[in-house]
Design a protein around this ligand. Structure first.
Ligand SMILES: Nc1ncnc2c1ncn2[C@@H]1O[C@H](COP(=O)(O)OP(=O)(O)OP(=O)(O)O)[C@@H](O)[C@H]1O
Length: 283
């Protein structure tokens, strides 16, 4: 579905963000893209969407470089950025302006989603708050049915019920033929919805695997001081450690996979994941 081959990208007058960067993700499912601030998540999404161009190598979508911005690619890819400005139109006016570029737009779904979020199509965008803009844009993005949907920090700005409605909408989408990529720091907002995990660090994917594989290969567990050396990564807590251990070495009952703990493990001990069988991309 989307891949990069030997991609090199740098902003002017800074050190390169990506050098010989390669990765591949297949259609089918919801991908979480995690990384520290400045890791390059937004840049990568913009490269995928053809909004930034690599200096060498390619980011390919639907078999062509995204930088070609071929109409077939543009009709199948949509990015909801973290920050945006919308034209001074009604919601209906916005649909009339933008929806025609997306042949699979499902207006009934859009209508249902905005009403779930307490919006109606006669409202003027200039009279809505940032969170309401975000709800409108997310409803629009979900209704487009594009093969690739890129959501950059989608839950930022949503109120508490808005976040759970976001999860409900996401869970109701058929993602078997499409790929939804969510960049987020709010893993608690979307963690349950993710099928695959990507962790970006220092210009490479230190983790690229399905959550099913990760949680069957790694356990998040509590260890005592005497068991500390079983962990690839551990965080001290009252009376012991919260730890990530290889599942094969763990006889304790499986605990819930803790995405935040696993992310910290991947950031602090990337070699533990990238040099083992578990880290090989199966997605
Ligand atoms: N237009 C730009 N010009 C120069 N440098 C930039 C530009 N945009 C981003 N950068 C730099 O590129 C790096 C990656 O930025 P990017 O926004 O892709 O990271 P991110 O992983 O999305 O970060 P965050 O989690 O903070 O949103 C950062 O060091 C940032 O300062």
């Amino acid at each position: 579905m989307i891949s990069a081959e030997n991609l090199f990208f740098t902003y002017p007058k800074t050190s390169p963000l990506f050098e010989s960067f390669s990765f591949r993700i297949k259609a089918g499912g919801i991908y979480g893209l995690l990384g520290l601030n400045g890791a390059g998540k937004t840049t990568l999404m913009r490269l995928m969407a053809g909004l930034l161009f690599p200096q060498s190598g390619n980011c390919n979508f639907m078999g062509k470089p995204s930088s070609e911005r071929h109409p077939v690619q543009l009709a199948e890819c949509y990015l909801v950025p973290e920050q945006f400005s919308l034209p001074d139109l009604s919601i209906t006016g916005y649909l009339r302006l933008v929806a025609p570029f997306y042949p699979k737009f499902d207006e009934a779904f859009f209508e249902e989603a905005i009403s779930l979020w307490g919006l109606d199509r006669n409202q003027q965008l200039s009279q809505l708050s940032f969170g309401q803009h975000k709800k409108m844009l997310l409803a629009f993005a979900f209704a487009l049915n594009t093969k690739l949907l890129l959501l950059d920090e989608p839950t930022n700005g949503l109120d508490i019920p808005g976040k759970s409605q976001f999860r409900k909408l996401l869970a109701g989408l058929d993602t078997s033929e499409r790929c939804i990529l969510i960049s987020t720091h709010q893993v608690r907002d979307v963690g349950q919805q993710l099928d695959h995990l990507l962790v970006l660090k220092n210009g490479s994917m230190v983790v690229s695997d399905s959550l099913a594989n990760l949680s069957s290969n790694w356990h998040c567990t509590v260890l005592q001081e005497s068991e500390r050396d079983r962990a690839v990564y551990a965080e001290k807590q009252l009376g012991g450690y919260r730890a990530v251990v290889p599942a094969a070495s763990d006889t304790a009952p499986e605990t819930e996979f803790d995405l935040e703990l696993f992310f910290n493990a991947a950031i602090h001990e990337p070699a533990a994941f990238s040099t083992t069988l578990y880290a090989k991309s199966t997605v």
